[in-house]
Design a protein around this ligand. Structure first.
Ligand SMILES: [Zn+2]
Length: 334
């Protein structure tokens, strides 16, 4: 176990998180490089505060190729009136800003995956420095955290809002109440392949109410998934008592990921044929996807069979897969 490194963060915010009103500014991170000797990475941040009350921390662009969060959050930063707020809303629409500008999941500077970089390091890579700032400066301010994801270039998801099963059942119940308020078409009790280094885990270990989403994918967004993101953001803020007005509840279908058996992986390179579409039902043993060899004709495809009965919650997006790619994710209807 490393000793905690208490060196200060190199990031300077150009906003005052304790000032009332609307502020549009930056988290300025010095980044010396060939084309800018004393340059900085300028991560956009907006703070909307109106007096005492709870604080919501809203983030998009944790992965740079996922767009519903940034679309909803740039929009919210432009339109939310502090008169309608009680407390503080901190908006970072593009958390891994270098990755977001490059349109890639990870940072082009250091290949850092923001959601595997927590708790970060003040003396680490650019991505680790951003993570460290969230870990030590932004997360501690928050009562509720909403972090937007979708599938990015390589996955496509059913539109869902999610929280994790947690050891602290009171904290877990608060997170699922916020998921219900978000009112996505699907609500997920989610498990992760690999929780080490996740922003989710960092927030949850601090006892925060943490809510996330998967709202589509393919390296783009759709009109419907952006509408879901906009409505869900306001609903979570209303639920938290930060924005006035009633939660606009719409029907949701609860899904559960009971174990790691939900995930299926390609065992060979090839051409993927998904045999059912997102949201369609599947019985245990049914073929969910086939992977066809392309090097020569005549070979039998690799069949990926459902390990449980449920619905298809996510699928590989591009037509070609490599061995080890996540091919499909199943979820059980509650
Ligand atoms: Zn993501």
């Amino acid at each position: 176990m490393l000793m905690p490194n208490l060196r200060p963060s190199p990031i300077s915010p150009t906003v005052d998180f304790d000032a009332d009103g609307v502020q549009h500014g930056f988290l300025r991170l010095p980044y010396s490089r060939d084309d800018s000797a004393w340059g900085s990475v300028m991560i956009p941040v907006c703070v909307i505060r109106n007096g005492e009350g709870p604080t919501a921390l809203l983030t998009g662009g944790n992965h740079g190729d996922e767009y519903e969060g940034p679309l909803a959050l740039y929009d919210l930063a432009r339109t939310l009136d502090p008169k309608d707020v009680s407390g503080t809303v901190i908006i970072v629409p593009a958390m891994n800003y270098p990755a977001f500008r490059a349109g890639t999941r990870t940072s082009p500077i250091d290949k850092g995956n923001m959601n595997r970089s927590f708790p970060g390091r003040p003396d680490g890579t650019v991505t680790e420095k951003i993570a460290d700032y969230f870990q030590r400066h932004l997360l501690p301010r928050a009562d509720i955290v909403l972090d937007f994801h979708s599938g990015g270039r390589t996955l496509d998801f059913l539109p869902f809002c999610a929280a994790h099963v947690l050891p602290d059942k009171e904290q877990e119940q608060k997170a699922f109440a916020a998921v219900a308020a978000f009112s996505a078409p699907y609500s997920m009790r989610m498990i992760e392949i690999d929780t080490v280094g996740m922003y989710d885990t960092a927030a949850e270990e601090m006892g925060k109410v943490f809510v996330t989403t998967e709202l589509g994918g393919g390296g783009t967004s759709r009109a419907e998934t952006v509408r879901i993101a906009r409505r869900g953001t306001l609903n979570v803020l209303r639920h938290a008592g930060i924005v006035s007005g009633a939660v606009e509840k719409t029907p949701t279908r609860w899904l559960d990921m009971p174990s790691g058996d939900c995930f299926s992986f390609a065992e060979d390179d090839g051409l993927i044929e998904t045999m059912i579409d997102l949201g369609e039902s599947v019985e245990a043993g049914q073929v969910v996807a086939r992977i066809h060899s392309v090097g020569r004709t005549g070979g039998a495809p690799q069949e990926i069979r459902a390990t449980m009965s449920g619905v298809l919650a996510a699928r590989h997006f591009p037509g070609l897969v490599k061995a080890g790619d996540c091919a499909a994710v199943l979820a059980v209807v509650e």
